[in-house]
Design a protein around this ligand. Structure first.
Ligand code: UDP
Length: 374
């Protein structure tokens, strides 16, 4: 058979692209190496609870078009992410806001909190933050940095905060109001019924082959000789360095290991969907209690401990490590990609970007528009 697109990866990027192309009368075949669709936003039902199988995903965006776009596929609830951070016996609200500061320093007004931070950074003389440590210190001072950022970040990324790019910490809001909403975005929520259903709907009527790594597919397809499927273009959402057989070297990623646990008879394990553990000595970064994403009233609960891990070939690559060295290598791969006729690279891995879900959808729609213009 001939298809307009072979889409490698049934995650959010591939699904948006495939569904948009279907609306335009174009055909796609989607393949995925996993045994399920939806990539890392996959939610698995366990005792009537939607478990975020590859880590917590909270949809948030400031882009109304994107919000309207996903709302075509699911109704979103009114969940607002307000994580709690545990440091030893102490408990703090996140993101860094007046609730955090008042607990930390017994201050009440924004001026008092700002003064406290000013005192703490006066001697540091950081003019232009060059790395995550300097960025964090210059924004929130030494106490917040030592208790809530340093340990968490270093275990999350397996690197010293001085070796990490400043932008990672800029993802987090810093506020001098009593507002525990983790995100600044206008729109936020969890899809009722889980994320897998969204991707299912996007891929409705589009053939999908699971348990099928790209290289194996290409090999098997070739073996079919005259009967082989043909494709006008390939949309590749896997690791760009893997696609090119690591010929210019390996990009670095950070991996995660998840320990999912059903706790029978426990209705409410931690009272919040997300609890961060900011001390270095605790091997996991956070515990997720999934039912709270959907205000669940089940008799049991499912929790997930999230352990950051080094990445080596064969592991799941969750986060690109966007430092100078890797970004330069990625650019070199992009130059190869430009010469790779009829292959487009997309998604967190194909574009080597620390994308949130809304940005993934934006990027997929942008690629669709580019295709429209040809
Ligand atoms: N972070 C932190 N302490 C926390 C939570 C986050 O220092 O309690 C920092 C850490 O560097 C992390 C970054 O903020 O890598 C981004 O956190 P986010 O929750 O956005 O990470 P994600 O949800 O993408 O894993």
């Amino acid at each position: 058979m001939h298809y307009d697109y072979l889409i490698v990866g049934a995650g959010l990027f591939g699904a948006v692209f495939a569904s948009e192309m279907k609306k335009r009368g174009k055909t796609s075949l989607v393949i995925d190496k996993r045994d399920h669709i939806a990539g890392n936003i996959y939610t698995k039902e366990w005792n009537d609870i939607h478990v975020h199988w590859y880590g917590a995903h909270i949809f948030h965006t400031s882009n109304k078009e994107i919000w309207d776009y996903v709302n075509q596929y699911a109704e979103f609830n009114h969940f607002v992410n307000s994580p709690v951070a545990v440091y030893g016996e102490e408990l703090y609200n996140l993101p860094f806001n007046m609730n955090t500061f008042s607990r930390l320093w017994n201050v009440r007004t924004p001026k008092q909190a700002q003064e406290k931070i000013r005192e703490q950074i006066a001697n540091l003389h950081i003019e232009e933050p060059k790395n995550l440590e300097e960025q964090a210190l210059s924004l929130v001072g030494t106490d917040v940095y030592e208790k809530l950022i340093k340990g968490y970040t270093e275990k999350q990324w397996g690197r010293d905060c001085k070796e990490l790019p400043a932008f990672i910490i800029k993802r987090l809001p810093l506020r001098f109001t009593y507002d525990n909403n983790y995100f600044n975005d206008r729109y936020q929520g969890i899809p009722i019924g889980g994320y897998t259903k969204i991707v299912e709907k996007m891929l409705d009527g589009i053939p999908v082959i699971l348990n099928m790594p790209y290289k194996e597919f290409i090999k098997k397809n070739k073996e079919k000789e005259k009967n082989a499927d043909t494709f006008t273009k390939i949309v590749y959402t896997g690791m760009i360095d893997e696609y090119f057989n690591y010929c210019l070297g390996e990009l670095e990623y950070r991996s995660l290991k998840f320990e999912h646990e059903l706790v029978p008879g426990e209705e409410n394990y931690q009272g919040n969907a997300v609890v961060n553990y900011t001390q270095r000595e605790i091997p996991y970064t956070r515990i997720i209690e999934h039912k709270h994403f959907e205000f669940g009233k089940q008799q049991d609960t499912v929790i997930t401990k999230e352990f950051p891990a080094d990445w080596k070939k064969g592991d799941e690559p969750y986060y690109p490590i966007n430092n100078e060295k890797n970004n330069a290598l990625f650019q070199a791969y992009c130059r190869l990609a430009e010469n790779e006729e009829n292959v487009l690279f997309g998604g967190r891995l194909g574009q080597y970007r620390y994308y949130d879900m809304d940005k993934v959808i934006e990027a997929a729609l942008a690629m669709v528009s580019q295709e429209d213009m040809l």
